[in-house]
Design a protein around this ligand. Structure first.
Ligand code: UDP
Ligand code: MG
Length: 325
């Protein structure tokens, strides 16, 4: 009986990375190959084209035609990085011999040299090895201002410590099974991995600047992503609404008692302005509370529909025929 070497599978989400792919993929593959070969492992990579609108699709196909270890998945449109990671993990499970999966960005901001200590940690029996930021790379002001309070709030709300965590991780294949088994639509990869609670090794690194191209996150996109992740991992905002209601009631009761006291002690209430102000205040609070409940409802609606997380392009010609063809 011949032993089949265990396989390390890289999952690389790619969105509009045409400028970097010809440089980054060979470099990542070379580093990963050295790390895998040193342990007698084989290497494969799943490159997920997240609906790129630049030349990424063609470049990825070209790279795959030159290197049999590469498999490309083309999304029909941009479904987002979370969906791309999920697709990669799902497809990795289908590869016979897969022993571990490493998720790594395609823009060289995740130094591929770390795969070596990650595999060493796996050999020691750790199910998860994760690269943790020591110093954040050069990033926008919005992002810098948003990241800290978000992680602080997220940790308080969910009880999961995520400070400095990134999507650069090496997961044992059993962990990948568990992750893919969680079918929820609102996905936050870092959060889900932490939620599983396996012992993990942290490998510190400094995020290098992007050697080309640009980050695809818009300001609004980042805020939405942060807020959405908070809601999917915690119901604390709902509880906060209840407490706000209790507080409102207490303040209202005190105000009511004072008005009654004034009335019976013969002092006419000059409260028209107060009434307007209170109406505005409580009207606003009620609308915020309703909006918050609506956001959770929207999420439940998304989950109930249970649509797939992504759609793959059928392997058809790169250009669809027009009626004039
Ligand atoms: N990415 C993706 N889909 C998206 C946005 C980004 O697959 O909608 C990929 C991107 O190609 C890169 C990784 O996710 O490989 C990280 O993206 P980016 O560098 O824009 O994020 P940042 O490093 O700023 O967090
Ligand atoms: Mg990046």
């Amino acid at each position: 009986m011949t032993d089949i070497a265990p396989i390390l599978i890289l999952v690389l989400p790619c969105y509009n990375e045409a400028e970097l792919l010809p440089r980054s993929i060979p470099r990542i593959m070379q580093s990963a190959h050295s790390a895998a070969a040193a342990r007698g492992w084989q290497l494969r990579a799943i490159l997920v084209n997240d609906g790129s609108s630049d030349a990424s699709a063609t470049l990825l196909d070209q790279l795959a035609s030159q290197d049999a270890r590469l498999q490309v998945l083309h999304f029909t449109r941009n479904f987002g990085k979370e969906a791309a990671l999920f697709a990669g993990l799902e497809h990795a499970l289908a590869l016979p011999g897969a022993a571990a999966v490493a998720t790594i960005d395609a823009d060289l901001q995740h130094p591929p040299e770390l795969l070596q200590p990650m595999l060493a940690a796996h050999a020691q029996g750790y199910q998860i090895a994760e690269a943790v930021k020591q110093q954040r790379g050069p990033e926008s002001l919005t992002r810098r201002c948003l990241a800290k309070p978000f992680y602080h709030l997220f940790e308080r709300a969910s009880g999961l410590p995520l400070g400095g965590h990134t999507d650069y991780k090496l997961l044992d294949i059993r962990v990948v099974h568990q992750l893919v088994g969680m079918r929820e639509r609102g996905r936050f990869y870092r959060g889900l991995v932490a939620w599983l609670g396996h012992a993990s090794v942290h490998i510190p690194f400094d995020v290098p600047p992007r050697p080309g191209g640009r980050s695809q996150w818009s300001r609004l996109g980042l805020v939405r992503y942060a807020w959405g992740n908070l809601l999917t991992f915690s119901t604390i905002p709902l509880r906060a609404v209840t407490w706000l209601g209790v507080l409102g009631l207490a303040v209202g009761a005190a105000g009511g008692l004072k008005s009654l006291w004034d009335y019976f002690s013969g002092r006419a209430s000059t409260g028209f302005t107060t009434v307007i102000l209170l109406q505005i205040l409580f009207g606003g609070l009620i609308l915020i509370a309703l909006g918050l409940i609506g956001q959770y409802l929207g999420r439940i609606y998304e989950e109930i529909k249970a649509r797939p997380h992504y759609a793959l392009r059928a392997s058809a010609p790169s250009r669809l025929p027009t009626p004039h063809d």
